[in-house]
Design a protein around this ligand. Sequence first.
Ligand SMILES: Nc1ncnc2c1ncn2[C@@H]1O[C@H](COP(=O)(O)OP(=O)(O)OP(=O)(O)O)[C@@H](O)[C@H]1O
Length: 308
Amino acid sequence: MIRVQGLEKRYGRTQALDGLDLEVPEGAIYGFIGQNGAGKTTTLRILATLLVPDAGVAEIGGYHVVRRRMEVRRLIGYMPDFFGVYDDLRVSEYLEFYAGLQGIRGPRVRRLRDQLLELVDLADKRDEYVDSLSRGMQQRLCLARALIHDPAVLLLDEPASGLDPLARVEMRELLKELGRMGKTIVISSHILSELADMCTHIGMVHAGRLVRQGPVAQVLQESRGTARVLHVLRDAERAGAVLEEIEGVTGVTVEDGVVEFRFEGDAEGLAQVLAAVVSAGVPVVRFAEAGGTLEDVFLRLAREEVQA
Ligand SMILES: Nc1ncnc2c1ncn2[C@@H]1O[C@H](COP(=O)(O)OP(=O)(O)OP(=O)(O)O)[C@@H](O)[C@H]1O
């Protein structure tokens, strides 16, 4: 449904996107994950036809986001990472206003407004002023606005940021519901755990490039397979340095007495890795496969990227 190849975008001296590739299948709930500044907002703005890339191709539903802008706009609903201030506008007026912008007229407007308010659980707030709503409610209203023309694709920039835990749960349930309705959804976040249990696919971006991508189970398996963890009493840095020198060892990270690395090799080789660390005088207290939850995997990949 969404295909991005070699996308580049520069702001002055900052290379925000540096050859980004993405593939989002139809019906996916795609978690677009990366740290602050990784390029998520830039990517979503390009997909939303609000920003023109310097190079590369981005298509939604087969339409080129620059050359076929109007077709793309009909296909997408975009929710930016900030919510504008709307003094003097009530919740229902807000949605009616955006329905009007989409060319929706007459009794359809009221019907649609009511359906959407029901969907985002704001029906009882219809007469409240928008700026009196909590942040979570404003986010849900913003989502309702993005849904007004019944788009097949939703591009959501950090929909859960700044929400308290309860509001976050509500947002997550709403996004799952939209997934069940068959929408293709891209959700960006820098908080990995926020997306972990609701996405079907994951794309991890770092410094404007894609690091990992695929169905959640596949990303998990690929990342889990070769990851090992070493707990030491002290001299973690030395253990890291020893590991760096061993053939087949990659992605060494050291943090708080815990050393993580990847090893491509058999059990014999793994035993030799341990022997090398121990004979360097490092007091090892635990040597095991690294944790395998989605959160563990994400954190590990992020750490590897940072320390690379
Ligand atoms: N208008 C701009 N002018 C100059 N630099 C920009 C502009 N917008 C973004 N950048 C820079 O481009 C890089 C990518 O920014 P982008 O907002 O796409 O990242 P992000 O992953 O969405 O991060 P965040 O979660 O902080 O929004 C960052 O280094 C950012 O500082």
